[in-house]
Design a protein around this ligand. Structure first.
Ligand code: UDX
Length: 436
């Protein structure tokens, strides 16, 4: 008999995991407390934008294998339960808010059948899995707990779930590992490396990976600052060091830094947890990683002020890009929107364009102006800030845009536009970390 699965929390991670597990042939029930989200998912409609997931979800719902509900008792039938709820930064500090993780485990506990395996996928502070293990031992001793961190990137969610570069499982016994091997059998068959760890190591793998990625980005942004001061070019520097396979050329794209629902909050939660554990010195460097990251946003504002004026009240600024990265409609901790909001707070008239993120951005920053089309955003602008590297921005014709603006000043916050093309069309161009 094929295992039955449940997925608790149907946001980015959960909706992707549910649809992908269904595509592997499992019967999957997705549970979420938000009735609106569940209603959409039940119809096979995705509540957010993720390339490829919309069609996969629709196809899987149609098979009848994949269902969604708000009713937690629906887990009673399932053998394996994936916890995919959010762990946002808490309102009053750096630590992760574990409310949803705890409440979801408490909600399923009374319904778990004999031998059920609860599998955490959410990113949590180390020690959480053991605490949940102890909770189940008391409230649902018939069930076991494992941790199986998720490394999916937005924009590549389906690919990263079905063909991940590794599978990591934190387990307390062989049986839990065997169950997870049964779930991931088709993925393992592709040759995916399988790493068995204990519970704390599995939790740490995730935050260590994200800390390393954040460090790489802040490293290159620190080099960008030095390049600007010394008259160098960070893009050439990145290319040159990236040829060393020990360094590698990925995640060395200098610009306005990292944002999103994971990297910023994960490094902060990691620092907070290390402090609780008395290991705060070990992660002191992450504070600097965070500082460098936030400074990259400030540098854009400084360049705008230096070029236009200290007093921005008479200026109109067009911001291209609102999402934290392209191919996503996610604006959580978006560096682009942060810059837009800060310029607006400084008195500038800011008009934001984004191919997918305008509605979520409007919800977060209702006071900014938004334009559906680039041509409307740039009309009469004194400066254009390219802050999220959507492909369509690379296809803009600087001569056409030049006829619409008031001042031909471009800041490339992602080092992705063809500077010479823009300069040849009469634009002043400032690219972060490049001086020529
Ligand atoms: C990240 C991790 O990559 C993923 O493994 C984890 O599961 C969740 O967090 P994601 O948040 O989707 O994924 O975004 P990612 O592609 O990592 O980009 C994060 C941020 O870093 C974006 O704002 C991006 O613009 C920025 N970035 C990335 C850079 O500024 N430079 C780079 O070279 C790479």
């Amino acid at each position: 008999m094929k295992l039955k699965l449940s997925v608790i929390g149907c946001g980015y991670l959960g909706a992707t995991h549910a649809a992908c597990m269904s595509s592997l042939g499992f019967e999957v029930v997705g549970i979420d407390t938000d009735p609106h989200k569940v209603e959409l998912l039940q119809k096979g409609e995705l509540p957010f934008y993720e390339p490829g997931l919309d069609t996969l979800l629709a196809a899987e719902v149609k098979t009848g294998r994949l269902t969604f509900t708000t009713d937690f008792s629906a887990v009673a039938d399932a053998d394996v339960h994936f916890i995919c709820v959010g762990t946002p930064q808490s309102k009053d500090g750096l630590a992760a808010d574990l409310t949803y993780v705890k409440s979801s485990v408490a909600a399923i506990a009374p319904h778990l059948k004999d031998g059920a395996l609860v599998v955490g996928k959410s990113t949590v502070p180390v020690g959480t899995a053991q605490a949940l293990h102890d909770y189940l031992a008391e409230h649902a001793p018939q069930a076991d707990l494992a941790w199986n961190p998720e490394f999916l990137r937005e924009g590549f969610a389906v690919e990263d779930t079905l063909t991940p570069n590794r599978l990591v499982v934190g387990v307390a016994n062989d049986r839990a590992e065997e169950i997870l091997k049964e779930v991931y059998e088709p993925v393992i068959a592709l040759g995916t490396p399988w790493i068995r760890a204990d519970l704390p190591t599995a939790e740490l793998v995730k935050v260590a990976a994200n800390s390393f990625l954040a460090t790489k980005i802040s490293f290159i942004n620190a080099m960008a600052e030095v390049c600007e001061a010394a008259g160098g070019d960070v893009t050439v520097l990145a290319k040159a060091i990236g040829y060393d396979p020990r360094i590698g050329n990925r995640f060395l794209q200098a610009g306005i830094g990292f944002g999103g629902g994971c990297l910023p909050k994960d490094i902060r939660a990691f620092m907070a947890r290390a402090q609780e554990l008395g290991a705060d010195q070990a992660l002191e460097f992450l504070r600097e990683i965070d500082n460098i990251n936030l400074r990259a946003r400030q540098r854009v504002i400084d360049v705008v002020r230096a070029d236009l004026s200290e007093d921005l009240t008479q200026y109109k600024i067009a911001v291209l890009g609102a999402t934290f990265k392209p191919d996503s409609d996610d604006v959580r901790d978006s560096p682009a929107l942060d810059i837009a909001a800060q310029l607006s707070a400084a008195g500038a008239q800011v008009v934001v364009h984004d191919p997918k993120g305008i509605e979520p951005a409007r919800k977060r920053f209702p006071n900014l102006d938004y334009a559906e089309k680039v041509v409307d955003a740039v009309k009469g602008a004194d400066a254009i800030l390219h802050l999220t590297e959507w492909k369509e921005y690379r296809e803009l014709d600087p001569s056409v845009i030049g006829q619409l603006v008031k001042g031909k000043f471009l800041i490339d916050g992602r080092n992705m536009l063809d500077r010479n093309l823009w300069r040849n069309a009469g634009w002043r161009v400032h690219a972060l970390g490049r001086t020529d």
